[in-house]
Ligand binder design. Sequence first.
Ligand code: FAD
Length: 303
Amino acid sequence: QNGEKKTVRAGREVILSGGSVNSPQLLQLSGVGPSALLGGLDIPVVHANDNVGANLQDHVGINYTFRGKLPTLNQILRPWWGKLLVGMQYILLRSGPLSLSMNNAGGFFRTDPSMTRPNMQLYFQAFSTVIPKSGERPILTPDPWPGFSIGLSNCRPSSRGEIMIRSKNPRDYPRITANAYSTNADVDEMLAAVKFVRRIAAMPAMAEIIEEEVLPGPSITSDADLIQDFRKRSGTVYHPVSTCRMGPDPARAVVDPRLRVHGLGGLRVIDASIFPDNITGNTNAASILTGWKGAELVLEDQK
Ligand SMILES: Cc1cc2nc3c(=O)[nH]c(=O)nc-3n(C[C@H](O)[C@H](O)[C@H](O)COP(=O)(O)OP(=O)(O)OC[C@H]3O[C@@H](n4cnc5c(N)ncnc54)[C@H](O)[C@@H]3O)c2cc1C
């Protein structure tokens, strides 16, 4: 600080809650992580554990976008006067499009009816942003035509990625390798899922309000083209977990069931990075519960 090196010590323990990206990054920078990685970056190894930053799991999603026959939120959110109107509506009445969630509807489904639980999550957005203005966030410029999207993301993908530091400089972003669709199972279920979305769109209630499919578009029909499309257009739905996963076995986990870092004293990780595996749906509530449960464990262990 101000050119002066300061050391801060914890009286009882250090609790790391940097999230699934920053917690493994901070551990690795501190010498807790894969020894080959740390050695290569000239970081002294405090405790070797190959699981720090490994086992990255995330839900990966894609949108199918349609031009509709009825007005959608595009018609009010695109023009400047519409933005002004909905802004005033929200400020004065706390209502209107800006009071809504991005996703106006959603659900879960199974790509194979014999499954015991859903493996795909559905989203419905009553706006579209296929043609973003350059230099502007796409969401600020909805399309000029009445568009909407049906999106989906996988619930329990088997692909595993990793988050590893690139240097010993804490200001350098770590390298995030998603490895999405790196297993045949993940490719197969997403292929079945995008076909299911088209089936939904073909149902009479939907078909009568759809003018055309814009993305990926009617020319994309073969399995190979559908796979190429979702490999190209899929993105994270921001649910990364498991980069400091919890488990009793130090060979497979970073923290023990009381969230203490295996092999070290006085250090816990309490955030979504400790999920042993991803949950089926959105991760925020489970992260909050992780914090709640983690706080209880800290208090219990102080007795
Ligand atoms: C764009 C987006 C949309 C999402 N939408 C949803 C949703 O609709 N529903 C849902 O359930 N989940 C959603 N999620 C996921 C959800 O937000 C996360 O699962 C959850 O916040 C994870 O909690 P966490 O405590 O592990 O990490 P975080 O919430 O990321 O908390 C980590 C904190 O540590 C801080 N930090 C990191 N490094 C340092 C450092 N070096 N020094 C000081 N502070 C540091 C960060 O600033 C942050 O405040 C979304 C996530 C994103 C990114």
